[in-house]
Design a protein around this ligand. Structure first.
Ligand SMILES: Nc1ncnc2c1ncn2[C@@H]1O[C@H](COP(=O)(O)OP(=O)(O)O)[C@@H](O)[C@H]1O
Ligand SMILES: C[C@@](O)(CCOP(=O)(O)O)CC(=O)O
Ligand SMILES: [Mg+2]
Length: 378
């Protein structure tokens, strides 16, 4: 039996980091996906005692005997149930880390460890100790702020949950999950994100699961209906970084300067709320005026992100380059490198700015904003 699932990456238009501390943020799905194909072998097949993970886009394969997985991961029937998402305990995570270490990841791919641990956790908790081959292929750059970690958790969970849905309509293409399964999927994916991010807000897995554009605050989701065209240039600085470390850095700053950081997070909250209101507004304000307001809000958000300590010289270079073309940019995701968003007001011709950014070694692309969330295919 084969099940496929896909989940999109995202951009955060406003509110990253502050959202971890209870502020509002606005995010949208983009049309770059992580795909997961789950195949269960026949009883008589050669691999019917193994769990195999293939990472297609990085040409890596991992394989565990199920006996070894069973021996290593403490089994507790009260936490191993697809319908009750549970957090990975420190003890379980340690056991899983041993299984990952045994695979001898190449040194330059060690950053994959947390993703593989998450895979093992979600797989064994949702499916149990059953044999399968899981093929994962991603169009998203890893660790660049476009939510590859959440897309992995969402696509994988979607495939795992869908494998036990009884009314499968075969051959009818991609379809969304119903609200109940979507809610369950989002909860499991959040547990997966915790392994990769440490302390995620939940915005990335939520926008990847539900798609479109959302306003998010302390787990509360408002689906946004955009009433204006919104075009963004995405520039990948190609500077690698790790969300977990950056999130923890902001938390430490908040411990050192609680009052100041509270004001910073409050300011970000106001920016996100105002941005969401502009995007949704149906009043007479012209698109140009709305774009001017969004520009200012992005500029202020970037200033506040800089004050949280998550900007980077490469991000500043992108910002300065786009300013020369009268365009405004802000980092998206965790920062510290990764991707930068540049608002492209109606009528903007991007050729010159893209040429200049690419000549500095950055990678530019545009993506369609606000599309599908998680989908499955049988
Ligand atoms: N397809 C994948 N396969 C395995 N691990 C993945 C995959 N996608 C993401 N990851 C994990 O997520 C990490 C990147 O997540 P993160 O630092 O949150 O950045 P982002 O979510 O912006 O890409 C990677 O280092 C890896 O551990
Ligand atoms: C920094 C943060 O707000 C977003 C992180 O996004 P990404 O993993 O860098 O794509 C963290 C979170 O909300 O969990
Ligand atoms: Mg992430």
């Amino acid at each position: 039996m084969e099940v496929k699932a896909r989940a999109p990456g995202k951009i955060i238009l406003a509110g990253e980091h502050a959202v971890v501390h209870g502020s509002t943020a606005v995010a949208a799905a983009i049309d770059l996906y992580t795909y997961v194909t789950l195949t269960f072998p026949l009883q008589s097949a050669e691999n019917n005692d193994r769990l195999i993970l293939q990472l297609k886009d990085i040409s890596l394969e991992f394989s565990w005997s199920l006996a070894r997985v069973k021996e290593a991961i403490p089994y507790d029937s009260s936490t191993s149930c697809r319908s009750t998402p549970a957090s990975c305990t420190d003890e379980t995570l340690k056991s899983i880390a041993v299984l990952v270490e045994e695979q001898n990841l190449p040194k330059d791919k060690i950053w994959l460890s947390s993703g593989i641990s998450t895979f093992l956790y979600l797989y064994t908790r949702i499916i149990g100790f059953n044999p399968a081959t899981v093929v994962i292929n991603s169009e998203l750059p890893y660790g660049s702020g476009l939510g590859s970690s959440a897309a992995l958790c969402v696509a994988l969970t979607a495939a795992l949950l869908a494998s036990s849905i009884s009314d499968k309509t075969r051959g009818s293409g991609w379809s969304s999950l119903d609200e109940t399964n979507l809610e369950l999927l989002n909860k499991w994916a959040f547990e997966g994100e915790k392994i990769i991010h440490g302390k995620p807000s939940g915005i990335d897995n939520t926008v990847s699961a539900y798609g479109n554009m959302i306003k998010f605050c302390s787990g509360e989701i408002t689906r946004l209906q955009s009433n204006m065209p919104l075009r963004m240039l995405i520039t990948n600085t190609r500077v690698g970084r790790n969300t977990k470390a950056l999130v923890s850095g902001v938390s430490q700053r908040a411990v050192r300067h609680p009052d100041v950081m509270k004001s910073v997070f409050n300011a970000v909250d106001s920016i996100s709320k105002e941005l969401a209101a502009i995007i949704q507004s149906k009043d007479e304000t012209s698109v140009t005026e709305k774009e001017e307001s969004i520009k200012e809000l992005m500029e202020m958000n970037q200033g506040l992100l800089q004050s949280m300590g998550v900007s980077h010289s490469s991000i500043e270079t992108v910002i300065q380059t786009t300013v020369k073309h009268k365009l405004v940019s802000k980092l998206t995701g965790a920062g510290g490198g990764g991707c930068v968003l540049t608002l492209l007001p109606t009528g903007t011709v991007v050729d010159k700015v893209v040429e200049e950014l690419e000549s500095s070694g950055f990678q530019c692309f545009t993506a369609s904003i606000g599309g599908n969330g998680a989908q499955v295919c049988f």
